[in-house]
Design a protein around this ligand. Structure first.
Ligand SMILES: [Zn+2]
Length: 317
């Protein structure tokens, strides 16, 4: 929002999905290249710093209130195909935070689920209906009623989610485990005859793409190996493994030391920050502008830099 921008502090702008006329479908929250051009124009090209400059200025306490950086999460191929040519055209460099599990034969199914929802349903509401139907849970309304306070809190925290988006996410967190979720989704894939293996290769960047990004001097940083949605609840060993594995794989691909990261789903705890400190990470990003948990202020520490989702910027610019 323009009003938020008036608060005048530096932060990152967070991007996820992009669409075009051919390869990448238009989905929830996705934007095209023209929209990216106009957003950059709105921020002011001169206010957007290259990653290394952003980090250096942060270290020296020389970031100004108008300074921003661009960040791209989850290692999506649509970013490589659509956003990177725009950045190169404007001679801008950005942060990219990929999950390395997607380079393996067992990727995170998150994006696959997303593609499925958009390709096989008329709208997201009809997917949610079909999902809950297939799930067959009794007293679903009562469950949502009991969680109404949490639902309202999420709406405040993530204003770009609709109430049905939040209800879906709340049920993922409190009602069904990962296994039940996966089984339900695969049941739906089967019902709709969705060729998910083929789709996987179109969704994520491969090692060649990541190497290319790094060679173009974009900053490739950590986003955990498998993208747990609630890192703060994960046991310490798992957290260590998530970040060290992610770092090891990426450094091997790009042949450079990694110095940046973004918290998957904005989730972390004190221990996560200690791990990242040990891994020599110079800058870490959250996924909101909120000041919560034990934070005293916005941009609380070098590993808690605020980000604004691009969709919270006025749509008529
Ligand atoms: Zn992510």
């Amino acid at each position: 929002m323009r009003s938020k921008r008036k608060k005048n502090f530096f932060y990152g702008i967070m991007f996820h999905h992009f669409h075009d006329q051919k390869k990448h479908y238009k989905g929830q929250g996705s934007i095209d290249r023209d929209r990216l051009y106009s957003l950059i124009k709105y921020f002011g090209k001169k206010n957007i710093l290259d990653p290394e400059e952003f980090i250096e200025r942060y270290k020296k306490d020389e970031l100004k209130k108008n300074h921003l950086c661009l960040t791209f999460d989850d290692g999506l191929k649509c970013q490589f195909d659509i956003a990177v040519p725009v950045l190169e055209d404007l001679k801008l460099k950005a942060f990219f935070f990929p999950n390395t599990i997607n380079l393996s034969s067992k990727p995170d199914y998150l994006e696959l689920y997303r593609a499925f929802r958009h390709l096989y349903y008329e709208n997201i509401e009809s997917f949610y209906d079909n999902f809950f139907e297939t799930l067959q849970i009794k007293n679903l309304d009562l469950f949502f009623k009991k969680k109404s306070k949490i639902i309202d809190h999420w709406k405040k925290k993530f204003p770009f989610y609709s109430y049905s988006d939040i209800r879906f996410r709340i049920s993922r967190e409190y009602l069904i485990d990962d296994d039940k979720y996966k089984k339900t989704m695969f049941k739906l894939f089967k019902n709709k005859k969705f060729d998910y293996k083929k789709k996987q290769n179109e969704i994520y960047m491969n090692t060649k793409d990541l190497k290319r990004l790094s060679n173009l001097n974009h900053n490739v940083g950590l986003h955990s190996h498998s993208h747990p949605t609630l890192m703060r609840l994960e046991p310490r060993n798992k957290q260590i493994n998530e970040y060290s594995k992610n770092k090891k794989i990426l450094e091997k691909i790009i042949s450079k030391k990694i110095n940046s990261m973004a918290h998957p789903c904005g989730s972390y705890n004190k221990f996560t920050l200690k791990i990242l400190e040990k891994l020599n990470i110079d800058i870490g990003f959250r996924s909101t502008l909120m000041v919560d948990m034990q934070m005293k202020k916005i941009n609380n520490s070098k590993l808690e830099i605020a980000r604004e989702d691009h969709s919270n910027i006025l749509s008529n610019i």
